[in-house]
Design a binder for this molecule. Sequence first.
Ligand code: KG4
Ligand code: ZN
Length: 334
Amino acid sequence: MLVLGIETTCDETSCAVVQDGRKILSNVISSQIDLQKEFGGVVPELACRRHIEVIVPVLQEALKEAGCTLQDIDRIAVAKGPGLVGALLIGLHFAKTLAFSLDIPLVPINHIEAHLYAAVMSHETPTFPALGVVLSGGHTSLIGMDNIGAYTLLGETVDDAIGESFDKVAKMLSLPYPGGPYIEKMALTGNPERFSFKAGRVKANPLDFSFSGIKTSVLYTIRDLPKPLSEQDICDISASFQEAVFSDVIKKMHLVLKETPYPCIYLGGGVTHNKKLREHLAKSLNIPFYLPRNDLCLDNAAMIAGLGFHKAPHAGYDLDPETRIPFHRNKSTG
Ligand code: KG4
Ligand code: ZN
């Protein structure tokens, strides 16, 4: 089965063709980083305009790379959220129009679930149950995965998402957007022990995350240092911040595993691109953990098309964007 995936949740426009949920025939991503960098974050209106401009050429390139035409496509999978409402609308309308005119099924996909599926599809023989860990710009979640589509939310952030905290700290250090890769780079020559930052504890649920306090500690640290900050100060703050955030994620993963000994772990989302995180995981986990292929960590349509193979199509075309799609603390179908 050939699935065409469409992704426009935030500032990447992507189309992909995936065969039988695994074999990626094409995965074309048009990033808006050049456009949004100037503003230090995503300006929704600009994101929407860029999606409109590039979505047709991105589709054409994805079909060309896959060596097929629209007539070869069996179904269309589209990210229905969470994301920016205007950006989602463009992908959804585009997908609906294509599905209607080709008279093929339309499958709505939860972008967060797709980030986890990126790790599942990157490995030969997926196994369940598993612990799912989403570390992205908009989400930080620990999810019990009984199977594809059968999830239990175990913990999530009560304030900033992990990628968001990287982006905000980077901004305070006058590093470019998106901040994650720059913090990672500066941290390479930094001393992670110079500053003792700590992620917050959430009393109500020890598996929940809180990253807003650590952001404030970084702010106060910067305030109290002589200006302008030296290159070494920036490197040390980056390394200390990154260390604190990653040890918190790993500590919480161990808390889950103590309670429920999941046999393996799937991780997904932009922050999983980080090599220091990967080193920490390799050192501290003694069960298999699966990361997405490098090209599937950040937002992409291959993960949307791949998951679309497993999901039931939507009846009709009355699909609206969902800016928030909560996972549930009891078992849910995603
Ligand atoms: O998953 P993603 O592409 O978008 C969302 O669904 O949110 O993640 C984007 C986030 C950004 O916050 C970015 O700073 C972060 O992932 N990121 C990283 C790295 N590369 C991207 N964070 C830490 N280290 C990286 N190497
Ligand atoms: Zn994402």
